[in-house]
Design a protein around this ligand. Structure first.
Ligand SMILES: NC(=O)c1ccc[n+]([C@@H]2O[C@H](COP(=O)([O-])OP(=O)(O)OC[C@H]3O[C@@H](n4cnc5c(N)ncnc54)[C@H](OP(=O)(O)O)[C@@H]3O)[C@@H](O)[C@H]2O)c1
Length: 289
């Protein structure tokens, strides 16, 4: 159990991971994880490294992926074989190289964990000269997973495989100020996958959307206000992703999200009236951010 505060224990109850069931379910399978070099993807790679699987680790930092490969394959308690596929998934030729590697795997691909992501928190006033913030978040949070899916659906169909998308609870809540680039791009892929899911299920491919609250990873480090907020640990998240592999459930979200959704639905008018005043006061006190 992670080192949680009392509030975190209530908000994030433990996952019961049936390790025998997981081992039986994944034995001999091939699992690709994007964004494997850090945070959630890294912890998931180490967790799945304990099982008899082939792991394909995808991210830009090749040195980090290679040292993970060494750590997993060099540890006698670990059983996975690891393949490193270093690539910037926003770069067309690097993406194409990863796709052909994944399409030519001798044993096919069983599970694709779409986890790589970029978050940006920036007020609109500070974004006026930064159109590239919107293109780069869309590039990695939307276009990259769409490209991966389109190329890999035939491979996944052959193995009755599974797509696991690492999404955020914000897709179900009132969008927050300062997060327009990130939230719009995460929402875009969540909608894409939910729209495609019935067609994928008809092909025998399972889909799982994991709606995460705040998770303590390098992604949230630049946001000072998140330091004292309740957050899940990346190890805890990796366990619930692992559990979704044998349960093949279509979605996971924290138990309390439904209350947030209700508040988002009923409180939109109040929110829209109150927020501009709150932001004006904050701007007067701290400047534009
Ligand atoms: N942390 C949270 O509070 C939170 C909450 C809800 C949802 N999520 C979602 O969880 C997922 C994982 O985030 P995290 O918190 O674990 O963040 P993280 O520690 O920053 O990890 C992000 C991963 O994405 C990879 N990545 C980023 N840009 C890439 C690119 N252009 N090409 C290839 N790989 C790229 C990074 O590797 P390289 O830098 O080596 O490329 C890294 O491995 C994201 O999709 C995020 O939206 C996070």
């Amino acid at each position: 159990m992670p080192d949680y505060s009392l509030l975190e224990k209530l908000l994030f109850p433990p996952v019961h991971l049936d390790r025998e069931k997981l081992a039986a379910c994944v034995r001999g399978k091939t699992i690709a994880i994007t964004g494997a070099s850090s945070g959630i993807g890294e912890r998931l790679a180490y967790l799945m490294g304990e099982y008899e699987v082939r792991l394909i680790l995808i991210a830009r930092r090749e040195d980090k992926l290679r040292s993970m490969q060494k750590g997993i394959e060099g540890d006698p308690a670990m059983r996975a074989k690891v393949v490193v596929a270093a690539a910037d998934l926003r770069n067309e030729s690097e993406m194409n190289a990863v796709l052909s590697q994944l399409q030519q795997l001798p044993d096919g691909l069983d599970i694709l964990v779409s986890n790589a992501g970029l978050s940006i928190r920036r007020p609109i006033e500070a974004s006026l000269e930064r159109y590239h913030d919107f293109t780069r978040t869309m590039a990695i949070n939307y276009f990259a997973p769409v490209r991966l899916m389109l190329a890999l659906i035939p491979v996944l169909r052959e193995r009755k495989g599974q797509i696991i998308n690492i999404s955020t609870i914000n897709t179900a809540l009132i969008p927050l100020p300062y997060w327009a680039a990130y939230q719009a791009s995460k929402q875009a892929f969540d909608t894409w996958l939910r729209s495609a899911a019935p067609e994928l299920h008809a092909m025998g491919i399972a889909t799982t959307s994991i709606y995460l609250p705040l998770v303590r990873t390098p992604m949230i480090e630049p946001t000072a206000s998140y330091r004292d907020m309740p957050a899940m640990s990346a190890d805890h998240v990796s366990q619930l992703i692992a559990k979704s592999i044998y349960s093949r459930r279509s979605r996971w979200s924290p138990w309390w999200l439904v209350f947030g959704q209700l508040a988002s639905l009923t409180g939109r008018g109040v929110w829209e009236r109150v927020m501009p005043g709150v932001l004006r006061k904050r701007r007067d006190k701290h400047g534009s951010s």
